[in-house]
Every structure is written in C-alpha cells, then in structure tokens.
Design a protein around this ligand. Structure first.
Ligand SMILES: [Zn+2]
Length: 262
C-alpha cells in the first residue's frame, strides 16, 4: 500500500487499485482528526463512546480529503456476518445494520466500513465498474464474507473473478492474533488445510490466526488472481491504526470506496 497525506489526513491506498481513475478508495489511519484521548485522533465511529461531534468532524475531513460528500456516505454498523447488501442511488446517506459486505455499481455513493483489527477487503471489477467492501474479522472470515462478496459481484453485475482486483487491508496480523481453541475449531471447520492459517509461535502453545491468508484463500478459491495484501498489522502499528486487541476501548479507522461521477 501507499501512504498519502492530504490536509493533515493520513491514509493508504492499494497500488493495484490506484491505476483506475474512476475509482476513489482509501484506508484511513488515526491521524488528522480532532478526537482526543484513547480515540486520538481520526476516529470514525460513535459506537465506542467518542464525542459524536468529533466523529462528525473527522468524517467531514476524510470526505474533504477524498473529494466525497459526507451526506452521500453509506456507513453501516457492521455485525460480523457474511450478509451482503446491494447499494443503489437511493441508499445515499443510509445506515444499515446487519450486513458486512456491500456491493454497488452506482457512481457517487461512497461506502465506508469501520475497523479496529478486523480485516478490510476491497474488491473492484474494472470491466463492469462494480465494487465490494468487506468487513471480515474471524467470524466473517469463517463465514466466508469475502467469498460472499465475489459471489455477489458475479450475481448482481456479471463480474468474472479473473477480472477482479482485490486488496486485503491493515488488520491484526498473524504475528499478534493469538486465539483460543473455539476460534481455531471454527477455522478448521471452515477451511481445508486449516493448519496453514493457524501458525504457532515457537515456544508457545496457543495458535495464531492469519486473517490475511484466510481471506486470500477465499479470493483465490473463488478464482480471483489479482490480490494485494497490505501486510500491515494493526496491533503492531497502534501508532498508525486502532487496535481493539491492544487498546481495548478505542476508535475505528475506515475503509472507503466509491465510483467517481463521470
Ligand atoms: Zn502484529
């Protein structure tokens, strides 16, 4: 990924998605906002106790940096599912609860999902000009939220997996994501060769979960060949992102994607 700074807002983009002029996308950081304390500073959620006025200003700043209108944002309260919602022009400004995968082919309708360790997956079909944004923590990953996104792009817009360009964004990495047996068993139930996704650190008994490899697996098995993995761990990089695992009650950064108006 490439880091950008614009009017004090720091954000990342996937180099593989940067080449499409019709696409706006970003993974925001914690830098450039007005939230204070544990939320410092570019927190994009009101769901963990931050001042709503500060979050509102932060959203305004992100939208200004990306040349989007805040009133157009579709910004759901995600719920760790693999449920898919197709977004239309009439959905501008709406908040939907109970979905973790959003697809659209409508220009000017930016989709913003929020993260603090869960994995953002952004997918673009340059042939049909359709996008998908996925929120995939361990629950979404074992439920195949990323696979559901590829399937939805195919069903709704005729996307072919071989045309898709996918980015797996910053999230808690295999270095830091120690898990219990319950989660390990859910991974074993969801994936063949699950041990590859459940590394053990030397001298330790508990397994770690590799969310990046697991989401890459869903994409590859669905036929997606162009996959960029950020390889940025939110728990290693609390200087840059928010991490629930490290910080407990904290803010959220965002993944935003939109098709430009013609
Ligand atoms: Zn780490």
């Amino acid at each position: 990924m490439k880091r950008h700074q614009h009017n004090g807002i720091a954000y990342y983009t996937f180099e593989s998605l940067d080449r499409f002029d019709e696409l706006i996308h970003a993974i925001t950081t914690r830098h450039g906002g007005i939230s204070v304390g544990r939320y410092s500073s570019l927190n994009l959620t009101t769901g963990t106790g931050d001042d709503p006025a500060a979050v509102g200003e932060n959203l305004e700043r992100v939208c200004a940096a990306l040349n989007l209108r805040r009133a157009d944002l579709v910004s759901p309260n995600q719920r760790h599912t693999a449920n898919v919602r197709r977004i239309e022009q009439t959905d501008r400004g709406q908040v939907y609860t109970g979905y973790d995968v959003f697809v659209t082919n409508q220009p000017g309708v930016p989709i913003l999902l929020r993260y603090a360790d869960c994995t953002p997956v952004l997918i673009y079909d340059p042939v049909h000009r359709a996008t998908a944004v996925v929120h995939s923590g361990w629950r979404g990953t074992v439920q195949g939220a990323t696979r559901a996104a590829v399937e939805a792009l195919g069903r709704e817009y005729g996307s072919r997996p071989a045309d898709l360009v996918a980015g797996i964004g910053p999230s808690i990495g295999p270095c830091c994501y120690e898990i219990g047996e319950e989660v390990a068993n859910a991974v074993r139930a969801a994936f063949d060769r699950a041990d590859e996704l459940l590394p053990v650190r030397s001298g330790k008994s508990r397994r770690h979960l590799d969310l990046w490899a697991a989401n890459q697996r869903w994409l590859a098995e669905a036929g997606v060949r162009q996959i960029e993995v950020a390889g940025l761990c939110t728990a290693c990089r609390v200087d840059e992102f928010y991490s629930y695992r490290i910080e407990g009650k904290t803010g959220h950064f965002g993944a935003v994607m939109a098709l430009r108006h013609d």
